[in-house]
Design a protein around this ligand. Structure first.
Ligand code: FAD
Length: 447
């Protein structure tokens, strides 16, 4: 018998496994895909935190209370409400603790950078990107004796005598039951399973799947064992993103400044520009999209000359649009995009045709009235990046049954558990890591 089984080897699962092993438990982690890391290793790496040692070293005086004040304003501006302030305070404390613990493990951060709506710089960004976070966590898990089994999806939970006593997993050598004193579910969200989404949110908008491994397996396993869920109909709005690394989400302000969004037929696709993410009008959800920036629009976008040197955020002062947040960069300039495979600079109209594969007459019509040279960025798609529902948990990350009672032996973290209420950018990753740590710690105590 192992002490703790972790199902799902993204950031939250690796963090849970490490915390459980540090708590003295023997740990087996089962990951569905060939490599651990999940969506965590694809993420930008922004962790929003207050009272951090990074802030203190930069001479920034900050408190969780002031942070909470800023969140109140942010949430109010978004037309939403904070359902549970004490929970938000708990998340802020745990996120700050997590930044320190990850730094102690060897994770490097840049910042704290200023971030538009916050009155104090709080944006801590993992360097050079979150693939390094996954690498550090995997190495720390291995050092702590965690057995990581890849290509080994969890299939179900063993529930007997009123408690969880193991998990069924499908390893490359066959399906088996692994007896355990506690199981931690960290299998991520369900944005990759349109049929499951339909079953919990029939009116959800159609969107392209970003990663099919996010198929709600952990949700379903726990639901079969009698777990309660929360907010399952909360499906986030699909967003425009570049399809390939580093999956930058373009700022709607870029389109307001004149950037053209073009589909594979060479037609212009209209965007909404009134929120933080660009929505698409009349898009069929399947065609590849391209962003074309002409010579008149390029100078309207933020460039190095606009940078005030403090964390590359001077643009916020000039008000000029940036392309989007990106790992290792912060807010990417147009010039930054040249480092990624999806950027072609100095393009002629003929090169736009070649790059997009669109018919030349349609491209000509769409580019009428603009002048080159052009920068072509893409392909982009409209992806559902994550979902908002999760298992009901208490603050030890013990999963709750529909009766409201904790299910003995079952814990959860990350997007498998109830996602945090909307409080702005940069909290999902920090909470995935912190909730994984808490879940692993609690599971080790149980064992
Ligand atoms: C492009 C992108 C950028 C982002 N940028 C930021 C950011 O800057 N700041 C921020 O706060 N948040 C960001 N996020 C969100 C954040 O990364 C996620 O909320 C967080 O990483 C989720 O961690 P997780 O461990 O819950 O899920 P994941 O990291 O997705 O891990 C889940 C793991 O479970 C595995 N799994 C699934 N089913 C099974 C099964 N049956 N058995 C075993 N394993 C299974 C999956 O393969 C996966 O490895 C971003 C997300 C994306 C996609």
């Amino acid at each position: 018998m192992t002490d703790v089984v972790v199902i799902g080897g993204g950031g939250s699962g690796l963090r849970a496994a490490l915390a459980a092993a540090e708590g003295g438990a023997s740990v087996d982690l089962f990951e569905k895909t060939e490599d651990a890391g999940g969506k965590t290793k694809l993420s930008i790496g922004i962790m929003t935190a207050s009272q951090s040692s990074f802030q203190r070293r930069a001479g920034i005086d900050d408190t969780h209370e002031r942070h909470l004040d800023d969140i109140r304003s942010l949430v109010h501006e978004a037309g939403k409400q904070i359902a549970d302030e004490s929970m938000v305070r708990f998340i802020l404390e745990q996120s700050a603790e997590e930044v320190e613990q990850l730094a102690a493990l060897g994770v490097r951060f840049s910042g704290p950078h200023p971030e538009g709506a916050h009155k104090t710089p709080r944006m801590h960004v993992i360097q050079p990107d979150c693939r390094e976070l996954a690498r550090v966590l995997i190495a720390a898990c291995e050092d702590a004796g965690v057995r990581i089994h890849t290509s080994s999806p969890g299939r179900g939970l063993v529930f007997e005598d009123g408690r969880i006593s193991g998990a069924v997993v499908a390893t490359p050598s066959g399906e088996r039951t692994v007896p355990a004193r506690a199981v931690v579910l960290t299998a991520g969200d369900y944005s990759g399973d349109p049929a499951f989404i339909r079953s919990v949110a029939p009116d959800a908008p159609l969107a392209q799947v970003f990663r099919s491994f996010a198929s709600g397996d952990g949700h379903r396993m726990a639901m079969r064992a009698g777990a309660a869920t929360l907010n399952m109909a909360s499906i986030n709005t699909p967003h425009l993103r570049f399809r390939d690394w580093p999956f930058v989400e373009p700022s709607p302000k870029v389109f307001a400044a004149g950037a053209i969004l073009m589909n594979a037929s060479g037609e212009r696709v209209a965007t909404t520009t009134d929120s933080e993410s660009a929505g698409l009008i009349g898009y069929d959800g399947t065609s590849d999209l391209y962003m074309v920036i002409d010579a008149a629009t390029a100078p309207k976008l933020a460039s190095a000359a606009d940078d005030d040197g403090i964390g590359r955020n001077g643009w916020r002062r000039t008000g000029k649009p940036f392309i989007g947040t990106a790992p290792g960069v912060g807010f990417a300039y147009l010039a930054d995009c040249a480092r990624w495979t999806w950027s072609s600079e100095n393009a002629t109209p003929a090169a736009v045709v070649q790059r997009t594969g669109a018919p030349s007459d349609a491209v000509e019509r769409t580019l009428a009235g603009t002048t080159g040279p052009y920068t072509v960025l893409g392909p982009l798609g409209c992806y559902l990046m994550n979902t908002g529902g999760g298992l009901a948990v208490n603050r030890t990350m013990n999963v709750l049954a529909t009766s409201g009672e904790p299910i003995p032996g079952l814990y959860s973290g990350g997007t498998n558990a109830r996602i945090i209420p909307y409080i702005g950018h940069g909290y999902a990753l920090a909470w995935a890591m912190a909730s994984g740590r808490i879940a692993g710690h609690s599971a080790a105590l149980q064992a």
